[in-house]
Write a protein that binds this ligand. Sequence first.
Ligand code: GDP
Ligand code: MG
Length: 166
Amino acid sequence: KSGFVAIIGRPNVGKSTFLNRVIGQKIAIMSDKPQTTRNKIQGVYTTDDAQIIFIDTPGIHKPKHKLGDFMVKVAQSALQEVDLILFMVNAVEGLGRGDEFIIERLKHVQTPVFLVINKIDEVHPDDLLPLIEQYRSLHAFAEVIPISALQGNNVETLLQQIKNYL
Ligand code: GDP
Ligand code: MG
């Protein structure tokens, strides 16, 4: 099994922390092809039975300038081409405008989206369910997976679920 997985989410939700944990020092460059802003490969996770190619999708965030609109369109078409999207959010900060902006962009994308709720090490379990419901009311997520990228909680489960979608 092999496939492309885009990790999106507003700044500081923990995208890099997650990738560092999963890829670690095994970060591999896949090809000699120049990396475009459309599909920037960030790392490849390889096991006996699967290869997950994680890519970054710049431009999916709320644009600061008018020029940004074009980048958002490019990002949207890039998301259309991957096998799976991980939408990472911050359990501590909860749903914000930055999240809503991204969810709005996902409306026109057919690719399955996992809601990855990160930093669960910092919230009370009772607060998690209302947060999940809030997000689920805005988009039909294929899976909802709470993790701690920092401490590693549930990261293996997430990887297993990703493999199921490749
Ligand atoms: P990015 O901007 O989405 O790439 O976010 P980073 O990976 O740079 O993380 C932003 C900050 O959140 C850093 O200080 C991380 O140490 C912290 N962070 C990331 N994941 C977790 C987590 O699971 N739990 C906690 N408590 N902090 C985290
Ligand atoms: Mg980062």
